[in-house]
Design a protein around this ligand. Structure first.
Ligand code: GUN
Length: 293
């Protein structure tokens, strides 16, 4: 059996189209244009691409985009000052500081300085705490995208045995918390897990976020399982050049899984769509409006 390929690009386009409708409605009924500020320090090429795509898609959804490109040598003090200004601006509803930051700047101090109600990354300790407590808050974009994609396969995730491989603050931990909130039975596996292949084989839903190219093999997957591959790794291509691969050996996994996200075109496109969704959520909450569950 060959797995169904989960089309993250199409799902992200669908989500962005819905957001554009909701943004237009907010403008019409309340005169408010949601605004997203994205801050990039230094010129890491991958981050440059993300920031450019974020700005384009923000505008396409009818929102205002404010971009700040700052030098690699920027001091922590200067960045904290900018965040203070953005926190105070009424036209800015969401703030994202692109990670990683240069070594002279503490990402923990920066993330904590962002007003929790503008924290579209869901990385402020208050929002991390809300998620851990099972309460509503702003949740990190990539984990949210993973859950939305899993729901395109399973109408309900309730009762599924889930294994999350990776325990990062950005993906592994929050996706595990979100899936717990969906009443899954969640195992978090990591580099010290004793028998990773057999742990993975228990999963009805396997989420892999380790940053190691093609680490999860076809034989690690339960036949028919749903596989969400968060990895984006650039590797040398036969015959020269490079190509993108996930953390899962796709060609093997596609023969065993029931459904699988490709790389590229799986989880990646969902991240920015969820960032836009979070920005809209911030604007709606500021107006005292309800937000979609
Ligand atoms: N860099 C890579 N992923 C992310 C993310 O989710 N948020 C931020 N702020 N920076 C990132």
């Amino acid at each position: 059996m060959t797995a169904r390929i989960i089309d993250g690009k199409a799902e992200a386009a669908r989500l962005r189209a819905q957001i554009a409708v909701d943004v237009a409605e907010l403008k019409r009924d309340h005169g408010v244009v949601p605004g997203l500020a994205v801050v990039l320090v230094g010129n890491d090429p991958a981050s440059e691409v993300y920031v450019r795509n974020k700005a384009t898609q923000t505008r396409e959804a009818g929102m205002a985009s404010f971009e700040y490109r700052l030098p690699e040598s920027l001091s922590e003090h200067a960045l904290l000052e900018l965040i203070g200004e953005l926190n105070a601006r009424p036209d800015v509803h969401g703030i994202l500081v692109q990670l990683p930051l240069p070594p002279q700047i503490s990402s923990e101090r920066i993330l904590t300085a962002i007003a929790p109600e503008k924290d579209v990354d869901g990385l402020h300790p208050i929002n991390v705490g809300y998620l851990a407590a099972g309460k509503a808050g702003l949740v990190p974009c990539t984990p949210l995208g993973c859950v939305i994609l899993a729901k395109t396969v399973h109408e309900s995730l309730q009762g599924l045995d889930v294994v999350v491989v990776g325990r990062s603050v950005l993906v592994g931990r929050p996706v595990a918390q979100l899936l717990l909130g969906e009443n899954c039975t969640v195992t978090i596996a990591h580099s010290q897990t004793r028998d990773l292949p057999s742990t993975c084989r228990r999963a009805d839903l396997l989420v892999v976020a380790v940053g190691r190219p093609q680490m999860v093999r076809g034989a690690w997957i339960k036949p028919g399982a749903t596989v969400i591959d968060v990895g984006i790794n650039r590797v040398p291509k036969d015959g020269g050049g490079t190509r993108l691969v996930g953390d899962v050996a796709f060609d093997e996994a596609v023969e065993v899984a029931g459904a699988i996200t490709p790389v590229p075109g799986g989880v990646g496109p969902m991240t920015i769509a969820c960032l836009l969704a979070n920005t809209l959520t911030c604007a709606r909450l500021r107006l005292g409006l309800s937000v979609a569950a």
